[in-house]
Design a protein around this ligand. Structure first.
Ligand SMILES: *[C@@H]1O[C@H](CO)[C@@H](O)[C@H](O)[C@H]1NC(C)=O
Ligand SMILES: *[C@@H]1O[C@H](CO)[C@@H](O)[C@H](O)[C@H]1NC(C)=O
Ligand SMILES: *[C@@H]1O[C@H](CO)[C@@H](O)[C@H](O)[C@H]1NC(C)=O
Ligand SMILES: *[C@@H]1O[C@H](CO)[C@@H](O)[C@H](O)[C@H]1NC(C)=O
Length: 221
């Protein structure tokens, strides 16, 4: 009988050791999960911060806030503009692209405005509708511009954005920092924040439930 008892004791010891091992392993896993969750929350906070001071500020600063129907008055290729493209480290060569000038009438105000493709092309050259990426092949850039001009024939109606305060005389066809891009930019940090919070919540919930379970077992005993 004594012998049987000692064997039984041994089994119990092994069993307890196993339990301890799994508990430590679980604890390490939980700690790692919490760290991952916290990392995701911190990373999303940093992304929000960077976006907040770059994109959202440009968006708030943008003067092209009102949308309207614009009627194309004329679209002409006026002159060749100089641009430079990179041909390697510290190497720049000059090239030329045709300048497409588009004038529209903003329907809601009746004002005549120059049209730019977006904020970026307005920044690059406010006189031309679109500034293609500079390249050696002037023909390719010419094709791009002609292709665009085909779609902006006189009397065509397009949706455009204008400055309701009349400070800015150009209108834009698309806004880089319109609602949709802002939505896309905020989407990923928001996903990350939700994921991180969910991981932390789940781990905490599991810990809480296992503590509850232990207490219930103790009470039953
Ligand atoms: C296009 O229309 C604008 C505004 O009416 C005018 O100032 C400009 O001279 C016109 N351009 C051409 C090439 O007709
Ligand atoms: C483009 O550069 C050439 C010299 O390479 C110059 O003569 C010309 O005036 C420039 N054109 C414009 C629109 O700046
Ligand atoms: C332009 O505005 C006038 C009123 O100012 C309106 O009657 C007309 O339908 C508008 N055109 C478009 C294309 O929205
Ligand atoms: C403009 O380019 C698009 C592709 O980017 C092409 O499908 C279309 O046929 C072109 N239109 C003209 C008028 O060249």
């Amino acid at each position: 009988v004594a012998r049987n008892e000692s064997i039984y004791q041994k089994f119990r010891d092994v069993d307890l050791l196993d339990k301890k091992k799994t508990v430590t392993a679980m604890k390490a896993g939980e700690d790692r999960a919490i760290l991952l969750g916290l990392g995701m929350v911190i990373a999303s906070a940093m992304m929000y911060f960077v976006l907040g001071i770059t994109v959202l500020r440009s968006y708030a600063d943008s003067v092209w806030t009102e949308g309207s129907v614009c009627i194309v008055l004329n679209s002409t290729i006026t002159a060749d503009m100089n641009c430079s493209y990179s041909c390697g480290l510290d190497c720049w060569r000059g090239s030329k692209y045709p300048c497409l000038q588009v004038y529209v009438s903003v329907n809601t105000t009746g004002r005549v405005s120059r049209l730019s493709h977006n904020e970026e092309s307005w920044d690059a050259n406010f006189e031309c509708f679109y500034v293609p990426k500079c390249q050696k092949d002037t023909n390719a850039m010419h094709h791009i511009i002609v292709n665009i001009s085909e779609r902006l024939k006189p009397h065509h109606q397009v949706l455009c954005y204008y400055d309701p305060s009349d400070q800015q005389e150009s209108a834009l066809l698309t806004r880089q920092y319109g609602h949709s891009p802002v939505f896309h930019l905020l989407f990923w940090p928001s996903c990350m924040l939700t994921g991180g919070t969910a991981i932390i919540f789940m781990v905490k919930l599991t810990q809480y439930l296992s503590i509850m379970c232990e207490q219930v077992i103790k009470i039953e005993r």
